[in-house]
Design a protein around this ligand. Sequence first.
Ligand SMILES: [Zn+2]
Length: 139
Amino acid sequence: MKRSAPLRQSKILPRRELTRSAPLVAKSPMKKSARPKMTAPRTFAKGKDCTLCLPGCPNATETTVLCHLRQFSGGGMGIKPWDGEAILADDWCHSRLDGRVPWIKDAPEGFDLWEHIAWAIVRTHRIMHAAGVLLMKGE
Ligand SMILES: [Zn+2]
């Protein structure tokens, strides 16, 4: 293909300095939010009965939160597993499950922590399902 007319010279704009409206380097490091992200299941958990019910549990409902289970490697450093891998637990049980309070060695003979966790998951899912917080696709 042959050009019939010569290329028109475009106007060359005078070169100017690039200017920024924001500084290139942040003045302060990115901060992690001080508050945990509130999701519907986390909000729902407040004030509910403890589902873990370790022996000695006072069922302190005013301290109940959605307790994420890290025993199944669903999270990571500073990352919680998704809200389905969590149970409703009061602070008494939560702190013992997380190991903040040593307790398991004092558990009664024949006590099975995994059985308690399994039941807590089932109870939590039933409660959240009945409340419409945890639903299956199509429900
Ligand atoms: Zn409890």
